[in-house]
Design a protein around this ligand. Structure first.
Ligand code: GAL
Ligand code: ZN
Length: 666
């Protein structure tokens, strides 16, 4: 289905005088746009009264796009139910834990379990699919917009949750056991007593709260698949996606991703100059996380076009080159389509200060010119790049269940599951080591090194798979807070790291949750580093220590250990070391596994390698505000400037290059 890379925009024809459509669309084409997204918030224009449909305007717009060779992605409009629906069927509206209703007027005012919503969603989606499901101008669909966890407390969610629990546990006594409700006299004697979590405190039973999250994930998956099934009745060729946003989400991306053909992300890299040492790296992680959802390339449904605002005070103006550079970063990481949000800044409604590519004056400025340059480049290079693939040898394993479980219960002051993933990922990026961020449980065959931060909720099977991976010659890196919980979120009754004890060759005698305090660690070379957040006090059970704590009553005991397992190794990082130590450790692991890394990448530069049968394509991006010189390992041909590059490459702020390097030359 995917034959070319595309760059485009998000457009809201319903928010502009129809007299402007044609000129807008022509201008898009001239700028190099080949794809647009339409209709995500336009329910009231497509169905102004119950089951009265008005699609003429949309027909006309799609027709105009088709005439201009611009492909359309249509959205199901369920993020914004129209007034008649919320008036006549208020059960559509979600209710939060304090009993407050989310009313119409903004967006996201829909409960995923509402029967009325599902009924009217099915009707309009059915109509849309009949009309556009085989329309040559429409290439795909986006379901709803930017899902997030509603924690809805409406009556329907209560009954649905209860049914879900009955299915899972069958009897109240099994439920009591699974949740450990005897604590604080919380035992249920009747299913009717079981509700979604009220209670006015976040410190509710952790087994209950984790099940409530799982329930919501299942219901969102159902909401998604119901919409997909409706579209699929009339649409056989078009792709179906959803635009995830703002990581880390409380959603289960991997679970929701299963129903999609392709995952999408809304990418708004931070324009703040003070965030420039971290922002581009957390952006890199977001993109790797998105590629990991389906373990294949993805789309960006909304990409930064100017300064975001409205929902918060406006961000800083994007520095010259910023918009183009971060779109290229997304493409380099696997985004085969990137749609900029939005064509023109709104002149009406609450989002007037979230900048589009063109200002309300409609006078094209700096941002628009930068965008057109980018669009032309992507159109030109797409044939070269579209079939190239990644050959990553490193994976970070991520688990939404773990993330949620550790969100439910504090670990230590400053502990954050996703931030820890960021720290490991940033080191890899700084070393120029490409990596995949995939679900715990995904196949590991292609990897040599697997980094598994805080595998907190774990079953025996997962533990065994990691052990087998090491047996076969792989390296596994585990960290503190692993093997703590069983799937029902009960604490395990063995020494930690529970099921991972055997492969790690250690056990945790006790721990010191040092939080924001620091602890010195010293490695085999006698060098000293700092660590924070957590210190497991470890007993060696076959593993050897490679670094030791220097402070506290456990000074001299192991902080980092390594265990030989079959042909491979399992490292256990019992604390959270600083960046310098992590860099040293990851470099050691890369060397041991013959994974290529680049110790000389200047700060702020990211590289990405992609391959086809004959060439390597090396993306070199300066995502910083200073000039940099990047040494080259082998000469290459610059696709952007059509010149040869020999030993080094000089990049101005937010400048980039893409080199074609024949595989024969390394
Ligand atoms: C996204 C959303 C868009 C738009 C944009 C700017 O989160 O999907 O519809 O609102 O943010 O706020
Ligand atoms: Zn609800």
């Amino acid at each position: 289905m995917i034959d070319r890379m595309q760059v485009g925009v998000v457009y809201y024809p319903e928010q502009w005088d129809s007299a402007r459509w044609e000129a807008d669309i022509k201008q898009m084409r001239e700028a190099g746009v080949t794809v647009v997204r339409l209709a995500e918030f336009a329910w009231c224009r497509m169905e102004p009264a119950p089951e009265k449909y008005t699609f003429d305007w949309l027909d006309e717009v799609i027709g105009l796009f088709a005439q201009n060779d611009i492909a359309v992605i249509l959205c199901t409009p369920t993020n914004t139910p129209p007034r008649w629906l919320t008036d006549q069927h208020p059960d559509v509206l979600p209710i939060n834990a304090s009993g407050m209703t989310t009313h119409a007027g903004v967006r996201g005012h829909r409960c995923f379990n509402s029967i009325s919503l599902k009924y009217y969603a099915a009707s309009i989606i059915n109509q849309m699919a009949i009309r556009y499901g085989s329309h040559p101008g429409v290439i795909g669909w986006q379901i709803d917009n930017e899902f997030w966890m509603l924690d809805c407390h409406c009556p329907r969610c209560n009954t649905t949750f209860r049914q879900w629990l009955i299915q899972k546990y069958e009897t109240v006594s099994k439920l009591n056991e699974a949740w450990g409700t005897i604590v604080w006299s919380g035992e249920y004697s009747d299913w009717q007593q079981v509700t979604v979590p009220y209670g006015g405190s976040r410190f509710q039973n952790p087994s209950y709260l984790l099940d409530f999250a799982r329930f919501q994930w299942d219901m969102m998956e159902l909401f998604l698949t119901e919409q997909i099934n409706t579209i699929r009745q009339y649409s056989k060729q078009q792709f179906i996606t959803h635009n995830f946003h703002t990581y880390p989400p409380r959603l289960n991306l991997h679970q929701l991703g299963r129903a999609l053909d392709v995952a999408s992300f809304d990418y708004y890299p931070n324009t703040d100059p003070h965030k420039q040492t971290t922002g581009p790296y957390s952006g890199a992680l977001s993109l790797d996380v998105t590629r990991g959802i389906k373990r294949k390339n993805f789309y960006i449904m909304e990409q930064l076009s100017g300064a975001p605002g409205c929902w918060f005070p406006s961000w800083r103006a994007p520095y010259p080159g910023f918009i183009r550079a971060f779109t290229w970063q997304a493409i380099a990481k696997g985004a085969d389509k990137v749609l900029h949000f939005r064509w023109r800044s709104a002149t009406i409604g609450a989002e007037q200060f979230w900048q589009g590519l063109i200002d309300p004056s409609n006078v094209p400025g700096r941002r628009f010119l930068e965008f057109s340059q980018l669009a032309q480049e992507v159109n030109r290079l797409s044939p070269k790049l579209i079939d190239t693939t990644f050959q990553h040898q490193v994976a970070i394993l991520m688990s939404h269940e773990n993330m949620e479980a550790m969100r439910i219960q504090y670990q230590s002051d400053g502990f954050d599951y996703y931030e820890n993933i960021k720290d490991y990922h940033r080191i890899l990026t700084k070393l120029g080591v490409g990596c995949d961020v995939i679900e715990v449980g995904a196949p590991l065959d292609q990897y040599k090194l697997v980094i598994v931060p805080s595998l907190y909720v774990v079953n025996e099977e997962t533990a065994n798979r990691l052990e087998q991976f090491a047996q076969a010659g792989g390296t596994v890196l585990l960290t503190f807070r692993s093997g703590v919980k069983m799937e029902n979120n009960h604490h395990i009754e063995t020494m930690l790291p529970g099921y991972l004890q055997k492969s790690s060759g250690i056990y945790v005698e006790e721990y010191d949750a040092i939080g924001q305090s620091t602890q010195a660690i010293r490695d085999e070379d006698g060098e000293t580093y700092t660590a924070s957040i957590w210190c497991d006090i470890v007993s060696l059970q076959g593993a050897e220590a490679i670094a030791w704590y220097q402070d506290e009553f456990y000074s001299g005991t192991p902080a980092i250990t390594c265990n030989r397992v079959g042909k491979g190794k399992v490292y256990y990082v019992a604390t959270h070391p600083d960046e310098a130590y992590l860099r040293k450790l990851i470099t050691r692991l890369a060397k041991e596994q013959h994974i290529k890394y680049d110790a000389n990448l200047p700060d702020g530069v990211q590289i990405i390698e992609r391959f086809n049968e004959s060439n390597k394509y090396l993306f070199i991006m300066n995502l910083s505000r200073v000039d940099v010189t990047v040494p080259l390992e082998s000469p290459g041909y610059s696709l952007l400037s059509a010149e040869k590059r020999e030993k080094k490459i000089e990049l101005a702020p937010y400048e980039l290059d893409i080199l074609e390097i024949p595989l024969s030359s390394g």
